[in-house]
Design a protein around this ligand. Structure first.
Ligand SMILES: C[S@@+](CC[C@H](N)C(=O)[O-])C[C@H]1O[C@@H](n2cnc3c(N)ncnc32)[C@H](O)[C@@H]1O
Length: 380
């Protein structure tokens, strides 16, 4: 984890940045964040700072808030820092992954936060940077790392994962019907081919998925999504960060999350449900405080973008925005519930940790396992 300076930013102006990445559901996010951060001394964390479209609006709307902006991508962090220069020391940029949430707060000497915001996935800048290999429409090295200092790339996965693991990630993370056939073809071709470029995967999927059974759009879309999620450990990191945020939230504090595919949204919904539902056994005449819900669903389910926004910004079409407010100090059972949920032993939807041995050891390189320990230590 490093604290970034704005010197990394290139010459792009603030106007350029808002044209590159339009923040999704911006007004709604500000409205959801504001009640918890509009007071002197408030602290907010934007765990996915990106180009700071949302953070800029939070800082402008809440003059008393100090905002910590985390991003894995140093380039985004540099550009965002330049954009937020006018807020002076009210903004602290941190180069890290959001699943190091507790560690970042400890490093900054912050005990509790009033709000945390996550706008998951990639920024338009990252998608448009063709050499990073996120897009299936342009040939590029098979990379897909949000943080280029991380070691695992998409090429490593395609060239080294076994048939079972490839099938699993295409199925779980891409919801791809032809997972096994695609994985089998990759493994067969590996005898005399090294996969280095995205076009090889695009061509392979094109040759594998029957034409008459293809969903709309590029047939490689799901495989690319799956590889990106695996490279960046996206679902594991999301599962790890949500309890860490809840553990450090002040009463009245809020968690606001924008998801862009069903796997993320299911995870967020599942975690929020742990606190919005009542834990009362049937027939109990008086509800002890310990068993009452501790989260209030302030978004009333998932908020979607309207037609106007989708027309202006097609990226908003898949957004699902959910937010909760912490109504009371976490009851004792919440800490063990969180640990069980992260480990996949608790229902609530979206929990579950299906990592294979290989995936788990890969994750060690990127820090997730370490941070789950960080969370568990606090939760005990
Ligand atoms: C959708 S963009 C955020 C855009 C931002 N809200 C804005 O309006 O400019 C998501 C950002 O989150 C970052 N990101 C994704 N996963 C991350 C993680 N685990 N930790 C830190 N940053 C992450 C990406 O690098 C990307 O810059």
């Amino acid at each position: 984890m490093t604290t970034s300076s704005s010197s990394a930013a290139d010459a792009l102006s603030s106007t350029d940045l808002s044209a590159i990445h339009q923040p999704v559901l911006l007004d709604t996010c500000v409205k959801l964040m504001l009640p918890s951060i509009d007071h002197d001394g408030a602290v907010a964390v934007d765990g996915t700072l990106g180009l700071a479209g949302h953070s800029q609006a939070f800082l402008a709307a809440a003059p008393g808030v100090h905002l910590i902006g985390i991003d894995r991508d140093e380039e985004a962090l540099g550009l965002a820092s330049t954009r937020l220069e006018r807020f002076g020391d009210r903004f602290t940029p941190v180069h890290s992954s959001f699943d190091r949430f507790a560690e970042v707060l400890d490093h900054e000497g912050i005990d509790t936060v009033d709000a945390a915001f996550l706008d998951l996935g990639l920024s338009s800048l990252q998608i448009d940077e063709t050499d990073r290999g996120f897009s299936y429409s342009t040939d590029a090295p098979l990379d897909m790392r949000m943080d280029p200092t991380q070691s695992l790339t998409a090429a490593d996965i395609v060239n080294t994962y076994d048939l079972e693991d490839l099938t699993r990630i295409f199925k779980e993370y891409g919801e791809e019907k032809y997972s096994y056939k695609i994985a089998q073809r990759i493994v067969d071709l590996r005898d005399d081919t090294v996969f280095t470029h995205s076009s090889q995967i695009v061509e392979l999927v094109d040759a594998t998925v029957p034409r008459y059974k293809r969903p709309a759009g590029n047939p490689a879309k799901r495989v690319f999504q799956a590889l990106r999620i695996e490279v960046n450990g996206e679902l594991d990191k999301l599962r790890s960060v949500l309890p860490q945020i809840a553990e450090r939230l002040t009463v009245g504090g809020r968690i606001v999350v924008e998801s862009y595919h069903s796997l993320e949204d299911r995870t967020v919904k599942g975690f929020f449900t742990l606190g919005t539902r009542s834990h009362v056994p049937q027939g109990l005449p008086v509800i002890p405080d310990e068993l009452k819900p501790y989260f209030r669903d302030v978004s009333h389910g998932a908020i979607k973008a309207d037609e106007d926004e989708i027309a202006r910004n097609p990226r908003s079409a898949s957004v699902r925005l959910r937010a909760v407010e912490l109504m009371a100090p976490l009851p004792d059972h919440a800490h063990s519930d969180f640990s069980a949920w992260v480990d996949g032993h608790l229902a609530g939807g979206g929990g579950g940790h299906h990592a294979s041995r290989r995936e788990t050891s890969r994750r060690d390189q990127t820090g997730t396992k370490k941070n789950q320990k960080t969370y568990k230590r606090r939760a005990r």
